[in-house]
Design a protein around this ligand. Structure first.
Ligand SMILES: Cc1ncc(COP(=O)(O)O)c(C=O)c1O
Length: 413
């Protein structure tokens, strides 16, 4: 096969590329009412509607009981852990291959992140829970990496039989399903992000969902300086004692935009899925290369298919040649292994006594060094991500498949 004709590089982006009249109308509504604060507005007795409406539609969309809007996906993780009562002396298992906040928020609540290997799905290997659980382990954070659900059935089984909380980090994967249910319903508590790169965005923003009344009340208190205001008490009667919380409240402006975007998630998913299906159908059974295995292909969001090459030494050439054909093939999230990041190498927190690593004599200790993660090291050096987006067309998808086939022949044929 000769190299396909060059096409213009497709324009990347998910939710932000779908911003339009709907976002404008809802944001303007907040401005015109002069009510950007969620708990009261012009009439001090009447909370404005936007954040409450976002929470209502979000919990209906996910199919859960409670949703709480917060300022970011990182805030959501911190609030979720605080709701579970996780703090100093506790350990939390999380994949080494995960976003910065998956690690730093554990440190922020005073607990110690314990890093786990991924498997070929690029999500948590469920067997890691048995290997890494100690008497101090309180929770497992499960990151659904880039629109693909982790294997929640075995993960939930392994974690719950050990008495651990399961926290799903759905920041990258709103709208993804596993075994017919939305992710975020497979755990004790789950978190989402509306940051700019996400499937639905309000620039910044986050959400927490749970079915547990107690966790909901504690999450609200953590997000609002320990308060539990009437709008929340109308859903769940206050039972928990007040404690010193943080301040992670979403504004009505953020909620307006997130609400307009939430209503577009299924359309964005259907668009991406259709393009991904078109591409992967043509990439089956290629020598030396396979596609990222997906625990439940029917629930896959489909915004980023991954090629996994057998031979790491061929990846750079493969990627360069795809790039020369104007195929976007970078790593969209900026994810790279936690053990290679500066804050892990220093082991520092904002104050020495707050660091969960202060007891270790030699740092980085075992469990925080690249050599302890042979599978993560191997896998993350062998993949090529092929991001898709809201503005990608069928012709773009066909060009991606044509280009992968041509480059495959040249590099691996
Ligand atoms: C897996 C994961 N968790 C948490 C976050 C944090 O979200 P935010 O940027 O909204 O704080 C992100 C953001 O990229 C993420 O990808």
């Amino acid at each position: 096969m000769t190299a396909p004709a060059l096409r213009p590089r497709p324009v990347p982006g998910l939710g932000f590329q779908a911003i339009g009249a709907e976002e404008e109308a809802l944001v303007l509504d907040v401005l015109r009412r002069k009510e950007p604060f969620r708990y009261y507005g012009v009439d001090p007795t009447k909370p404005p509607p936007m954040t409450a409406q976002l929470e209502k539609e979000f919990r209906e969309y996910i199919g859960t009981d409670y949703a709480l809007a917060v300022t970011s996906g990182s805030a959501a993780l911190e609030v979720a852990m605080a709701a579970c009562g996780i703090g100093p002396g506790d350990e939390v298992i999380v994949t080494a291959w995960s976003w910065i906040a998956c690690f730093t928020t554990i440190v922020r609540v005073g607990a110690r992140p314990v890093l786990a290997e991924i498997d070929e799905s690029l999500n948590l290997d469920p067997k890691e829970i048995a290997r890494l659980t100690t008497p101090k382990t309180r929770a497992v954070i499960v990151v659904h990496y880039q629109g693909v659900a982790a294997a929640m059935e075995p993960i939930e089984l392994e974690a719950h039989r050990r008495g651990l909380y399961v926290i799903e980090d759905c920041a990258q994967s709103l709208g993804t399903r596993y075994r017919g249910r939305q992710i975020g319903t497979w755990s004790d508590i789950a978190t989402y992000s509306f940051q700019y790169n996400k499937v639905a965005t309000s620039g910044e923003g986050g959400m927490i969902v749970t079915r547990d009344q107690r966790l909901y009340e504690r999450a609200v208190r953590m997000s609002d300086l320990g308060n539990f205001r009437p709008v929340h008490a109308a859903q769940v009667p206050a039972k928990e004692p007040a404690f010193a919380g943080g301040q992670f409240r979403m504004s009505e402006l953020t909620a307006a935009m997130a609400l307009a975007q939430l209503r577009k998630v299924d359309r964005i998913r259907d668009h991406c899925r259709a393009l991904q299906t078109r591409i992967v159908a043509r990439l089956q059974g290629l020598k030396g290369l396979k596609l990222r295995p997906v625990a439940d292909p029917a629930g896959d969001f489909g915004f980023e298919p991954y090629l996994i090459l057998d031979d790491a030494s061929k990846v750079a050439a493969f990627r360069d040649k795809l790039d020369a054909l104007n195929v976007n093939c970078g790593q969209r999230t900026g994810t790279y292994p936690q053990y290679n990041r500066d804050y892990v190498k220093t082991g520092l927190s904002h104050a020495p006594a707050a660091s969960p690593f202060r007891g270790f004599k030699d740092w980085p200790a075992p469990g925080y060094r690249a050599e302890n993660f042979p599978r993560t090291e191997d896998l993350t050096k062998r993949f090529i991500a092929l991001p898709l987006g809201w503005l990608y067309t069928e012709a773009d998808a066909d060009h991606i498949a044509d280009s992968v086939l041509a480059v495959h022949r040249e590099v691996l044929g």
